[in-house]
Design a protein around this ligand. Structure first.
Ligand code: GLU
Length: 472
């Protein structure tokens, strides 16, 4: 088998470091907020807006790259902005003061943490902007290292996705060491500083090595500014290109339901890990944020297994099509929540359950993620017209934007003693809460599976006929 271009590994390493920074900060972020700044419900909302907006700005970053800057410059600008954002969070945690009233267990309004909140909001602003320039462009460059019809693209995106998850594993493990608490909220600053430094170093290394490695096999530089001619050209889309774009939009709508349920990891499932999961292993109590590394570790372990599975199924002529893999991802997500819903039957607030329930959920979710996420990136890269490749990646991440905002809202349904309801159904227990996600992703899975034949027809064109056939 032909080797992958060296540039893939530079993109792997750069994205690994960026995801370290992103997930490292994210693992402690809600804990930081509830330790001194907001109630649990307020923190869930801030978290939802933040994780939503970071995936909204890729539309802007993708457009700017396709039109003006190219992918390389966008990544460098994005990386620097994110390092600045993490730096401001560091400053926020430097000035924060303990604010939880010991007797009441709630925020004491007499403590003024206005400066810490202002610095935090400033930090989030730069993180949101920076991610917009970084995230769609690094993924687009993976696709650009290969010719459009190169068979190695799915494998390339799976390798790249492992990079995402090595970073997502290490980030919470390292930053999680610096978990503070309500008595000592300033301790969180080291977690944010760590995220800032890693981001800065990654951007520097990328800027240094990009000219040498980010080139195709033929040595053509990738991700440079669009030429004058390209900028001036009027881009008419053919009917087939329009259909391809429509497929990306349709699948992206379904993917919203995937991430809205999956991304509970950083919020309601973190509260669950914190308050209702026995985290003792041989006498050692594992930090809550470590749980957020679980899915990422599972991705790294299971990615080769899943590739092998597709390979074997492919040889027998039974490899599912890309849209069907997305539907399977949604189905597995639903199954994961069904599993944990069993574990929390009759569990009262304050009672702790075995960590196997959460571990099992993350295991099943990861199988779903691998079926959906890298395959989705590869699909976008294959279906996008070249001059719109980064913008289309932005469109793809738009589904993560909507879902992350939705995730924050859905997390406010997490039982905390106050009455909760959704669409007229009351949510009285943890089991009810988890069943919301069983139903949501289950319905989306079935609907997408039913639409798959139509989507496959839309994806097909004369040149790709052979390729799609091998996927069926
Ligand atoms: N784990 C993926 C990443 O961080 C999620 C991407 C997404 O939400 O689309 O890259």
């Amino acid at each position: 088998m032909e080797r992958h271009p060296k540039g893939l590994y530079l993109l792997f390493a750069t994205e690994m470091a960026e995801r370290f920074s992103y997930y490292g900060m994210r693992a402690v972020f809600t804990l930081y907020m509830v330790a001194a700044l907001f109630t649990m419900e307020g923190a869930s909302e801030v978290y939802g807006y933040y994780t939503g907006l970071v995936y909204l700005t890729p539309l802007l970053g993708g457009w700017v790259a396709d039109r003006y800057w190219g992918n390389r410059r966008s990544i460098i600008v994005g990386g620097l902005l994110m390092a600045l954002g993490q730096g401001l969070l560091f400053l926020s945690a430097c000035v924060v003061r303990p604010a939880i009233h010991e007797a009441e267990g709630a925020i004491d309004p007499a403590v003024d943490n206005g400066m810490a909140v202002a610095l935090m909001v400033g930090g989030l602003f730069f993180l949101v902007l920076g991610n917009g320039f970084f995230k769609p462009n690094i993924a687009t460059m993976v696709g650009r290292l290969y010719r459009p019809d190169d068979k190695r693209k799915d494998a390339a995106f799976t390798i790249f996705y492992m990079g995402v998850n090595v970073g997502a594993t290490l980030g919470p493990l390292v930053c999680g060491v610096f978990e503070g608490d309500w008595m000592n909220p300033t301790r969180f600053r080291w977690a944010f500083l760590c995220a800032a430094v890693v981001m800065l170093v990654a951007t520097g290394v990328f800027a240094w090595l990009k000219n040498r490695y980010i080139v195709t096999h033929e040595g053509v530089p990738v991700g440079t500014e669009p030429t004058h001619h390209e900028k001036a050209a009027k881009h008419q889309l053919s009917a087939k290109e329009k259909q391809h774009i429509a497929v990306v939009f349709i699948i992206a709508v379904f993917v919203v339901f995937f991430w809205a349920a999956y991304e509970q990891a950083g919020v309601s499932l973190t509260y669950f890990a914190d308050q209702q999961t026995d985290r003792h292993i041989f006498g050692w109590e594992m930090p809550t944020s470590y749980f957020q590394s679980f899915p990422a570790v599972f991705v790294v372990l299971l990615a080769p297994v899943m590739s092998l599975l597709w390979d074997v199924l492919g040889r027998w002529g039974h490899e599912p099509s890309s849209p069907m893999k997305q539907a399977m991802g949604l189905g597995l997500l639903s199954l994961g929540y069904l599993f944990i819903a069993q574990g929390v039957k009759d569990v009262e607030p304050g009672m702790k359950v075995s960590m196997w329930w959460l571990t099992g959920l993350y295991f099943i979710h990861t199988l779903g993620e691998l079926s959906l996420s890298p395959i989705g990136l590869s699909l976008v890269s294959k279906l996008s017209p070249k001059h719109l490749a980064s913008l289309m990646m932005g469109v793809w991440f738009l589904s993560s934007a909507v879902s992350n905002m939705l995730a924050g809202q859905l997390a406010t349904l997490y039982p905390d003693g106050s009455p909760k309801s959704l669409l007229g159904f009351s949510i009285d227990s943890l089991e009810d809460f988890f069943m919301v996600f069983v139903v949501m992703s289950g319905v989306a899975a079935v609907a997408l599976a039913c639409m798959t034949p139509v989507l496959k027809r839309m994806m097909r064109d004369e040149r790709e006929k052979k390729e799609v056939k091998s996927e069926e």
